[in-house]
Design a protein around this ligand. Structure first.
Ligand SMILES: [Zn+2]
Length: 334
């Protein structure tokens, strides 16, 4: 569909340039009416719809996704992730979930799951305990090797996500708001969230301490957790287990996170790193270390509090504009 964006217009009787639009349509599925948005191509000269290659397949996929969304049914990708997370092939996964042997194979070929089966898939995708329970109750039908493989995947996941829960809630919320974030940027964003929260309420949002690494403040256990996620944690199927973990954050906490996400969150990890390198908490904790010398010195919460309280005296940290001013000044100062 991409490319030169020209097609033959039946009205103009020649090849013209076209533009893509979103068009609402009504469709009846299983005796129920649904509204879907499909993509249509229109001649730029007369406005008439033109046919272009690939658009039917594209819209079929769009309708499928929108239908699943409106019915709360898992996507094909989610079904795929389930197998990846628990290290199970299609047939053993099907059996482990208590489905027929070929059910998952059918879903992966595009068949839409029933709401009941979809809910089971989603529950297993968001909680290892659910999967463990399913594996136990279907153990007799499963090959021993498959059972063991899935159980050890669960143990690894449980170890991975065993960081303090407040921190997990914050990370889950940051992911929801930002859509994508690299491990480096995430580290800095967590640090600024802590700083901003300190400056407002005089207490920390989470209890974890960060360390003054070469590339700025780092929460080590979070670093370990994401070290294998590479550059885009959200592409990792294990991220599914983090979804929805932010539900217990209160309004104050969300407000601070929103502020940081909408300001600091607009910058890449390297830019954020430059800012932290000019701030006292990191500089002070690195005292005695040369530029590229690894350090695990803790940056005390007290120093973060002191610093961000002092920033608050000069900048309006309650508004995005005030925070952007701070960021801009930090980036131009030498
Ligand atoms: Zn035309």
């Amino acid at each position: 569909m991409a490319g030169r964006r020209r097609a033959f217009c039946m009205e103009c009787r020649k090849e013209t340039a076209y533009a893509l639009h979103k068009t609402p349509i009504t469709k009846t599925i299983r005796e129920k009416e649904y509204q879907f948005l499909i993509t249509t191509a229109h001649c730029k000269e007369c406005g008439c719809e033109v046919g272009i290659k690939g658009i039917l397949d594209y819209n079929a996929k769009e309708i499928d996704e929108q239908f699943r969304k409106s019915e709360g049914i898992v996507s094909l990708e989610e079904v795929e992730k389930l197998g990846k997370i628990y290290n199970l092939g299609k047939a053993p996964l099907s059996i482990a979930l208590g489905f027929g042997e070929v059910t998952i194979t059918r879903y992966l070929a595009g068949q839409i799951p029933s709401k009941e089966y979809s809910d089971i898939i989603r529950a297993a995708l968001s909680d290892t305990k659910v999967m463990k329970g399913l594996l136990e109750s279907n153990k007799d039908k499963l090959a021993e090797a498959a059972y063991k493989k899935a159980m050890s995947a669960i143990d690894e996941l449980d170890a991975l996500f065993s960081v303090p829960s407040k921190m997990l809630m914050v990370i889950s919320y940051v992911f929801e708001q930002l859509g994508e974030v690299t491990p480096l940027a995430l580290q800095k964003i967590l640090y600024f969230i802590q700083g901003l929260y300190f400056s407002r309420y005089g207490k920390p949002l989470f209890n974890d301490n960060c360390q003054a690494w070469v590339h700025g403040p780092v929460y080590a256990e979070i670093y370990d957790m994401f070290s294998s996620f590479r550059y885009d944690p959200i592409d990792d199927p294990r991220f599914e287990l983090l979804k929805g973990k932010s539900t217990n954050l209160d309004e104050k906490e969300r407000e601070v996170i929103d502020l940081v996400v909408n300001t600091f969150g607009m910058y890449g990890g390297k830019v954020l790193e430059r800012i932290t390198h000019k701030e006292d908490p990191w500089i002070d904790a690195r005292e005695g270390y040369s530029e590229n010398e690894p350090s695990h010195e803790e940056i005390s919460k007290e120093s973060i509090k002191e610093y961000f309280v002092s920033v608050r005296e000069k900048y309006d940290l309650n508004t995005e504009t005030g925070i952007m001013d701070y960021i801009q000044n930090m980036l131009i100062s030498s």
